[in-house]
Ligand binder design. Structure first.
Ligand SMILES: Cc1cc2nc3c(=O)[nH]c(=O)nc-3n(C[C@H](O)[C@H](O)[C@H](O)COP(=O)(O)OP(=O)(O)OC[C@H]3O[C@@H](n4cnc5c(N)ncnc54)[C@H](O)[C@@H]3O)c2cc1C
Length: 437
């Protein structure tokens, strides 16, 4: 098959297609903006709490990063635990780490409860060290994680690495058996169906254009205009991640949209697939400008990375196919002759402190900033913020969420209006850091 500039996962999934002619409701309890894992998970939970919910999606269900990612359901956060402890102290970091573990359980529980057929499997993840000093740090990191968070990682020396990966370029690895893998497009489809089953209505091709405070019959709330007409909502929940726009300017200024790209090979012979990844792990390397890769359930190698820092467009996608193929062969020379069948890209969101953030901004609820660790955390934050909203309506105690209330920094000196002019410099800076560190 010739190379397709198309998301492979979408060829395996059937996303629900809500009736395009159905008019928007006039009034809802909550308008959820975005139908990725964050928005869908929030809509599911809010509906289960009895709220009337409209999910407004400018494209189609799961169109954003949620259907385009590597399907790695990962423990931990982008920042190292030492960095987290220095930023937030021991107690909050413990809660954050516990939340990252709970987020995997959260996905698993939804998949089970809703019988979502998305190849969810606790196959574990493997981080591989690109330098000896990265490997030396694994011992220290795993020790801190065991002592502080009571969570066990396994450090794999170079001499034993063949049992984990069919590549000889790494200096060792670190395994977390708790992480999982899934087919993200099928998961998004199942999550959308479960939100609809709970009572949420999803409106595709309904781009939210403006959100303004407006009372209705003496009740405070929001007037929302969309490309499919207006509606009024008591509350608004924003789950737009890397696709956040000037519709929510305060949030847009705090997020950097970064492109990430993926290729998949043709279906590989089973013995070759086993040789590349004997335990079928979710794998990523220790660089800033990292590669992440895994086998798909039908036995392709899926290989991703920040081949370009800019979000996806025809040019960056086409260029990425070559760059990633070269990267893949540098890891796995065995794949020199494997045909590349799909290439696609997506946009993820980084906050300036590379942390997830959730809570309220300008009176609207939101959860963003997953920095490439969003499959589990977006599902979890969608659910947690929805629970927080439900308790605020009922007057019950707020559920604990260690990501609510932490400082949410903007760009240094306010040098950012939502247009990431500095991405080429950031890309070069990360490459430089990988070279010297
Ligand atoms: C290529 C790639 C690989 C990744 N790999 C992994 C991985 O393996 N593991 C992992 O944990 N994470 C990964 N991530 C990150 C993960 O996919 C995201 O963090 C997660 O999907 C974010 O979900 P979300 O619902 O917050 O946002 P999204 O899924 O991006 O959804 C946001 C939605 O909001 C909609 N929207 C935006 N503005 C408006 C508006 N004004 N009106 C209406 N709708 C609007 C968009 O159309 C979009 O559908 C990856 C991301 C990418 C791009």
């Amino acid at each position: 098959m010739p190379l397709q500039e198309h998301n492979y996962w979408l060829t395996t999934a059937e996303l629900p297609t809500p009736d395009a002619a159905r008019p928007l409701p006039e009034v809802v309890d909550v308008a959820v903006v975005g139908s990725g894992f964050t928005g869908l998970s929030a809509a599911r939970t809010l509906s289960k709490h009895g709220a009337k919910v409209a999910v407004l999606e400018s494209e189609t269900i799961g169109w954003g990063a949620s259907s385009r990612n590597g399907g790695m359901v990962l423990t931990g956060m982008k920042l190292s635990v030492r960095k987290l402890m220095s930023m937030y102290g021991r107690e909050r970091t413990r809660k954050m780490y516990a939340a990252s573990l709970a987020s995997i359980d959260c996905v698993e529980q939804i998949v089970r409860e809703e019988s979502i057929d998305c190849d969810f499997s606790r196959c574990g993840h493997l981080e591989v060290a690109c330098k000896q000093k990265h490997f030396d740090d694994y011992e220290r990191q795993s020790e801190i994680i065991e002592v502080e968070f009571n969570h066990k990682l396994r450090v794999v020396p170079r001499s034993d690495l063949a049992g984990e990966i069919g590549s000889s370029i790494y200096f060792g690895g670190m395994v977390d058996e708790v992480s999982a893998g899934c087919n993200p497009a099928r998961y998004a489809a199942g999550l959308a169906r479960s939100a609809m089953k709970a009572g949420a209505e999803i409106f595709e091709h309904a781009r939210v254009e403006t959100i303004t405070r407006e009372s209705r019959q003496g009740e405070p709330g929001w007037k929302i205009t969309t490309s499919r007409g207006p509606l009024w909502a008591h509350e608004v929940f924003i789950g737009t991640s890397g696709y956040t726009s000037a519709t929510t300017p305060a949030l847009q200024k705090k997020l950097i949209p970064i492109g990430s790209f993926i290729i998949t090979t043709e279906i590989l012979p089973a013995p070759l697939a086993r040789e590349l990844s004997p335990r079928n792990r979710m794998i990523y390397d220790s660089k800033n400008y990292l590669y992440y890769y895994r086998l798909t359930p039908d036995g392709r190698m899926l290989f991703g990375g920040r081949a370009a820092f800019f979000p996806e467009n025809d040019q960056t996608i086409r260029r990425s196919a070559d760059i990633l193929r070269r990267g893949m062969i540098s890891v796995y020379p065995q794949l020199r002759d494997a045909r590349i069948e799909y290439v696609w890209g997506g946009t993820l969101d980084f906050a300036f402190d590379i942390m997830p953030h959730a809570g309220q901004i300008d009176g609207m609820y939101y959860a963003v900033g997953y920095a490439g660790h969003g499959v589990a955390m977006a599902t979890y934050q969608g659910q947690k913020i929805a629970e927080m909203m439900a308790t605020e309506r009922s007057g019950a105690n707020r559920p604990e969420n260690p990501f609510v209330g932490i400082p949410f920094p903007g760009a240094p000196f306010g040098l950012y209006n939502g247009q990431p002019w500095f991405l080429p410099f950031a890309g070069a800076w990360y490459k430089f850091l990988d070279w010297v560190n």
